[in-house]
Design a protein around this ligand. Structure first.
Ligand SMILES: [Zn+2]
Length: 189
């Protein structure tokens, strides 16, 4: 498996040599002579900030040196996508029924925008795929997304709070059971 120098993108066999636990030496790039990937020793927040700042080095680190076909379970990615498609479908459908809103194209776009914007907490799930956090963090993130979706929907529809909470809970519950169902399937095979 090959890695890349985050500065110039040159291929490199290993990014660091480990002498003992916690004692590593970062490798230098043969092409540009810089440390190939200094993010290995950085805090997660520094990487996140550099990603937000659109620094190519941060993206090279994430795409080539962290997220590659060997470390990311592609089946998990498919489940995440499927779970989110189900969520969006149920969310839009339940919004229409429970909130008595018309299904016009512009209204649809409003809902889509609200749910996407208010799901920004999911960016932390990306961090979870890369670094090992306790799985309880997933539920905390889900709760934040749920409450954030609720506020966004309330602002857009100005409907009663219990109806909005109903829509969000139904959508999140469906997603939850879809994901749980898929995980059970793995246990069987
Ligand atoms: Zn280089």
């Amino acid at each position: 498996m090959e890695y890349r120098c985050v500065k110039c993108g040159f291929r490199i066999k290993t990014l660091f040599v480990q002498y003992s636990p916690g004692n590593i030496r970062l490798m230098k790039c043969e092409n540009c002579r810089a440390v190939a990937d200094e993010y290995i020793e950085c805090e997660i927040m520094i990487l996140l900030i550099d990603l937000i700042l659109h620094k190519p080095q941060a993206y090279r680190h994430l795409l080539y040196n962290v997220l590659n076909s060997e470390t990311v379970n592609l089946q998990m990615l498919k489940d995440v996508v499927l779970g989110n498609v189900m969520f969006l479908g149920v969310f839009l459908h339940a919004s229409r029924i429970l909130l008595n809103t018309s299904a016009g194209a512009s209204r649809f776009k409003d809902f889509l925008l609200a749910v996407l914007i208010s799901s920004y907490f999911k960016i932390f799930l990306l961090a979870m795929m890369v670094w090992n956090f306790p799985s309880s963090v997933i539920y905390i993130i889900d709760l934040f997304v749920l409450s954030s979706n609720t506020v966004a929907l309330k602002v857009i529809t100005e409907s009663a709070m219990n109806r909005i909470l109903g829509v969000c809970l139904v959508a999140h519950a469906v997603k939850f059971f879809v994901v749980q169902g898929l995980e059970l399937r793995y246990l069987r095979y």
